[in-house]
Design a protein around this ligand. Structure first.
Ligand code: CAA
Length: 258
């Protein structure tokens, strides 16, 4: 598939998706969401990929939903068209780790897309916000749910009600962002981390991701049980055997992702 709104490339075991609608600061329209879905599907199915990175431009990760495209929507357009649900959330169902590398604006749906990823690495220029209130609407791609889980209720209320932006330093301090890099190093540093993660055993990465996500969906007791069962299952992996044997033999492990 030829993409018009994103770029997609493989860098060793890392799948890199670059949102590429510069004239609209990567605003998320239907075509972009469909292409993102397609690219994620491809990387998910590719045994040669262990981690996906989603990034934008220097100026914007994404400035939100494409306001021009939805300005004339009525309720039936949104409801019957299954707006957001129809094609935005493929990243949420990815079983492989997905990292958002954010420089510049991550606003509205852009901030929500970043939060659907497993972790966010930010440039020191990054600005996060949920400014939907200024448009007379509310966040609709998870902002009112993921933001409080990431940064707590008080700051989430502040961001969504006042529409203020949060800079990278505050985003890291409050837990929205895992790491901050100088803007000109963001992609290189993110890819270096992604390559390191992708070299580990893919089935174990998937098990870790699934187990951490379970922490948000279950009681502590249920989550601990899920982790224990998954931990026990990991003893069946050839990579588990190789990892421990390599340690005992004092040599680097050679994971085969099985
Ligand atoms: N939708 C459509 N076009 C957008 C856009 C968006 N969300 N954000 C920016 N653009 C367009 C602008 O219209 C402009 O196009 P033209 O050159 O054709 O006029 C171009 O991108 C550059 O933008 P600006 O000239 O505004 O750039 P700036 O540097 O002055 O400001 C900005 C940057 C602060 C991000 C500003 O563009 C802005 O406020 N954008 C809207 C942000 C927003 O409200 N996002 C939430 C959208 S609603 C949503 O996301 C709902 C949801 O939860 C799913």
């Amino acid at each position: 598939m030829d993409y018009a709104n994103i770029r997609s490339e493989k860098i060793e075991r890392v799948g890199l998706i670059t949102l590429d609608r510069p004239a609209a600061l990567n605003a998320l329209n239907d075509a972009l969401a469909d292409e993102l879905w397609h690219a994620l599907d491809g990387f998910e199915a590719d045994d040669g990929i262990g981690v996906v990175v989603i990034t934008g431009s220097e100026k914007a990760f994404a400035a939100g939903a494409d306001i021009t495209a939805i300005a004339d929507y009525g309720y039936m357009d949104a409801y019957k068209g299954d707006y957001i649900t129809r094609n935005w959330e493929r990243v949420k169902t990815c079983r492989k780790p997905v990292i958002a590398a954010v420089a510049g604006y991550a606003l509205g749906g852009g901030c929500e897309l970043a939060m659907m990823c497993d972790m966010i690495f930010a440039a020191d220029t990054a600005k996060f916000g949920q400014p939907e209130i200024k448009l007379g609407i509310l966040p609709g791609a998870g902002g009112t749910q993921r933001l409080p889980r990431a940064i707590g209720k008080a700051k989430a209320m502040d961001m969504c009600l006042s529409a203020r932006m949060m800079d990278a330093a505050e985003a890291e301090r409050t837990g929205l962002v895992a790491r901050v890099f100088p803007a000109d190093r963001l992609l290189d540093e993110t890819l270096a981390v992604a390559r390191g993660i992708a070299a580990f055993s893919l089935p174990v990465l998937m098990m870790i991701k699934e187990s951490i996500n379970r922490a948000y969906e279950s009681s502590l007791q249920e989550g601990l049980l899920f982790e224990r069962r998954t931990f026990h299952a990991a003893f069946s992996l050839a990579d588990r055997q190789e990892g421990m044997k390599a340690f005992v033999d004092k040599r680097p492990a050679d994971f085969r992702h099985e």
